[in-house]
Design a protein around this ligand. Structure first.
Ligand code: SF4
Length: 339
């Protein structure tokens, strides 16, 4: 069920109310104080699937470590992954690194048109619209989770947002809503409204600048509609192999989740003897709810030797980027040692 699409006159009214609200309510965020396309691209990649409060310290540290496209392009991948450690979705860090290499190779500047932006590695429709509008004022409407929530509520649109057809329809609506004279502020305003007022739970419709024209405000939490992906349970066993005060760790090879990060190995009954259970850690990854049992273990034969394995002390582990549940385990080992 959908209320009718706003006329241009109605969009204009909504746009004007939103713009006035944004000028008075926008948060003072570090990436709003710069015009540097590189810094804007960094913030956009970091903000995908991660909250503003989490991103702020990473953004500052990142720009100190890699202040330009060239500095990032020349950095080793291990340093890039380490600087991203804890932000999750590491593909974004690799994309940013690949993007920096492409930009540096092309002379150090981003193209100032949608086609050029989309031709670069790691830049999809959302990132092209965000960077294009914010850094260069291109009239491109962004469509992320916040924007989809605002639009589906505004129009009481109950189509499943996981369907490509719905995404296409929402992109058309976002395009119609866009303030083409000020796409940068407009895009940031819709995202800001979604992040601070039109919240997933308990949206603040009473103070919302779009309230008068919002078809879904009386049952806002019914939107957006998204088909649920069933969570699957998964068990795994991870081995702690000691050598004095050092622990066997390995780098995750290419083609596997967490590629480029470090972790403790899976327990392998062919090659390892199992000892006592030390801990159980639970975590979620994509559609899996994982129960990770941590066991003491010993090698049956010789310990493997390669560039991708190391025996690390808990202090040395701090120098490597670890996958989040394995970082938790590394911290637990260092606390146990200190205690
Ligand atoms: S009135 Fe409520 S539901 Fe509608 S856009 Fe504003 S906060 Fe969201």
């Amino acid at each position: 069920m959908t209320s009718s699409t706003p006329t241009e006159k109605q969009w204009k009214k909504l746009r004007t109310s939103l713009a006035a609200w944004y000028q008075s309510a926008k948060r003072d965020l570090p990436w709003r104080r710069t015009n540097d396309p590189y810094a804007i691209a960094v913030s956009e990649l970091m903000l995908q699937q991660t909250q503003v409060v989490t991103v702020i310290p990473y953004y500052g540290r990142w720009l100190k470590a890699f202040p330009t496209w060239r500095a990032l392009a020349e950095a080793p991948e291990s340093a890039v992954i380490k600087a991203w450690e804890g932000l999750g979705y590491y593909r974004r860090a690799r994309n940013l690194h690949a993007l920096a290499k492409a930009v540096a190779e092309a002379g150090g500047e981003l193209p100032r048109n949608e086609e050029g932006l989309r031709s670069l590695p790691g830049i999809g429709p959302y990132t092209a619209a965000a960077i294009g509008s914010i850094a260069f004022g291109l009239p491109l409407a962004v469509l992320d989770g916040n924007v989809m929530r605002v639009l589906t509520r505004l129009l009481a649109l109950s189509d499943d947002i996981s369907r490509p057809q719905t995404r296409a329809k929402l992109q058309e609506l976002a395009d119609a809503f866009l303030d083409r004279k000020n796409p940068s502020d407009h895009n940031q305003a819709v995202m800001e409204l979604g992040a601070t007022v039109c919240l997933p739970r308990n949206p603040m419709c009473l103070i919302c600048p779009l309230s008068a024209g919002c078809a879904g405000r009386d049952h806002a939490e019914d939107f957006p509609v998204k088909a649920r992906v069933a969570t699957e349970k998964r068990k795994e066993t991870v081995a702690i192999l000691r050598h004095g005060n050092r622990f066997y760790c390995e780098e995750v090879p290419e083609g596997k989740p967490w590629h480029g990060l470090w972790r403790f190995p899976d327990f392998d009954p062919e090659r390892m003897k199992r000892g006592e259970t030390l801990a159980t850690i639970r975590y979620g990854i994509t559609k899996y709810a994982v129960t990770m049992e941590v066991v003491e273990a010993k090698w049956k034969g010789r310990s493997p030797v390669s560039m991708a394995v190391r025996y690390l002390t808990t202090e040395e582990m701090a120098e490597f980027a670890f996958a989040a549940p394995h970082r938790k385990l590394a911290k637990a080992l260092s606390i146990k040692k200190a205690g």
